[in-house]
Design a protein around this ligand. Structure first.
Ligand code: GLP
Length: 263
């Protein structure tokens, strides 16, 4: 696992955006096959999306040959609800880049058969050739996508019941009323994310420091589903100084030294 530490969220977000853009361009230079990008929602990736949008508008990057799969979506929340992940993605990315809408995939939280919707989502990922890079964030409890504690590390896309803690954390988007936060969500599994060729996780602020420490330095455990990244051959975690706050001094120094040596 590679850990990239930047002074601020802004710098870390820009690093991530450029890393994604470089990966898209590197594949385009080799093949006409589309780049398959896994995407996340939440406050964490917004500045990365802003930079991707800026690059696109400046003609430095194109999404024309990019296929996307989002991580998750609330169950039974109308698509047009401002807090649906469909709305989020339009607002922060899709409405501002040159992506072909037929290449955009999000789980339908209102599908008549949710189980079937999840199974078909997995099939669509396989048909697209698998995910080249999955961008994700981390919950305060260490969850990856909506894979709450005790999710199987072999899990695939399915309906998840959210923990009360996650609903409380996300209630900031729902008038601070936990009862307005959907109780369930559909989420790609831990194994779905870890099947991507590369996984890039962002974690910012002191609120994420404990989760980041547990996922990076702790054991691989279904209690902290992000820890599954330890088994991935190409996992990258990009964090700001605050999110690095609970790492051991020696780990911190090592991650910095590795980056310096590989410059
Ligand atoms: C939700 C999402 C996760 C996200 C997490 C953190 O639970 N399902 O994918 O990583 O929130 O959210 P934020 O980025 O707002 O801190």
């Amino acid at each position: 696992m590679k850990v990239i530490i930047r002074d601020t969220k802004a710098e870390a977000s820009i690093w991530a955006a450029h890393h994604i853009a470089d990966a898209i361009k590197a594949k385009a230079a080799k093949t006409s096959e589309p780049f398959v990008l896994g995407l996340a929602t939440g406050s964490t990736p917004i500045e990365t999306y802003n930079e991707l949008v800026r690059m696109c508008k400046a003609g430095e990057l194109s999404f024309k040959n990019v296929v996307t799969f989002n991580m998750d979506e609330y169950v039974a929340l109308p698509v047009e609800h401002p807090e649906s992940y469909h709305s989020f993605m339009d607002k922060y990315l899709f409405n501002h880049v040159d992506i072909d809408r037929k290449n955009v995939h999000l789980l339908d939280g209102n599908a008549p058969d949710l189980k079937k919707e999840c199974e078909e989502y997995e099939k669509k990922i396989v048909e697209a050739g698998g995910i080249d890079l999955f961008l994700g964030g981390v919950g305060e409890d260490g969850h990856l996508a909506f894979n709450e504690p005790f999710s199987s590390l072999n899990s695939r896309t399915r309906v998840m019941t959210l923990t009360y803690d996650t609903r409380v954390v996300n209630s900031r988007f729902f008038d601070n009323d936990v009862n307005k936060v959907p109780a369930q969500a559909m989420s790609v599994g831990v194994a779905t994310v870890c099947s991507a060729k590369e996984v890039l996780i962002e974690g910012f602020s002191s609120k994420k420091a404990k989760a980041i420490q547990a996922a990076i330095e702790g054991p691989v455990s279904h209690y902290v589903t992000l820890s599954a990244l330890q088994l991935h051959p190409n996992g990258v975690v990009v964090i700001d100084e605050e999110a690095a706050g609970e790492l051991k001094v020696n780990s911190y120094k090592y991650f910095k030294a590795v980056e310096e040596a590989e410059k």
